[in-house]
Design a protein around this ligand. Sequence first.
Ligand code: FMN
Length: 207
Amino acid sequence: MNNVFNVIRHRRSIRKFKHKDIPQKYINKIISAAHLAPSAGNQKNWEFIIIRNNKIKEDLKKAVIDRIDSISLKMNSRHAKNEIISYARYLTFFNEAPVVIAVVAKPYDSLTGRLLKRYEPNVNHVSSAGIQYVAAAIQNFLLAASALRIGSCWMSGPLVAKEKLEEILSIKAPDDLLALIPLGYADKKIKPHTWPKSLDGILREIT
Ligand SMILES: Cc1cc2nc3c(=O)[nH]c(=O)nc-3n(C[C@H](O)[C@H](O)[C@H](O)COP(=O)(O)O)c2cc1C
């Protein structure tokens, strides 16, 4: 399954995992693939934290559940409460995987920002590049995992409890937790994607 188009088609979000560990050499290969992603100025300002420790995984899950509970307590509508509680699994299943990877964005020193600060300090320049490069690294990560037949799921939902998660993982500002990614062998076979029949609505040519 090494053809890149095949790997892209077979990568699916996996939410149920076998109780089977992942050898460290595969994790290293996946992180190495993430590290080859493009980044502005080639700064590669990302960090990956590996969590195998069950107690830490439980603490992370508890932080998310506590946060969901405290949000739902503030809600007046029963329907809204039920909806957020029924969605909770999508924010918390990560701890069922043998390995969880936390993805951290380190501060990004934009070249354009630096030049503007020096020569045009009045120009308000906000760049989204910092998020873009980490997203590229995460996508490399997911594809590499998939090529090794290891299941994963990009999860930003748990960030509802971002502050507490960062405390547990000793992530200190300006570093920024962007995602949790559970890694494990899929519990059951998931259908690969099929190619889109048409690109109407997502591709337009300007002439
Ligand atoms: C930035 C981002 C955040 C996501 N967060 C979650 C999440 O918190 N929980 C979850 O179950 N899936 C999450 N997903 C996975 C999406 O639901 C999934 O990619 C989408 O449904 C398409 O399915 P596929 O990945 O199998 O192609 C996230 C995906 C992205 C790109």
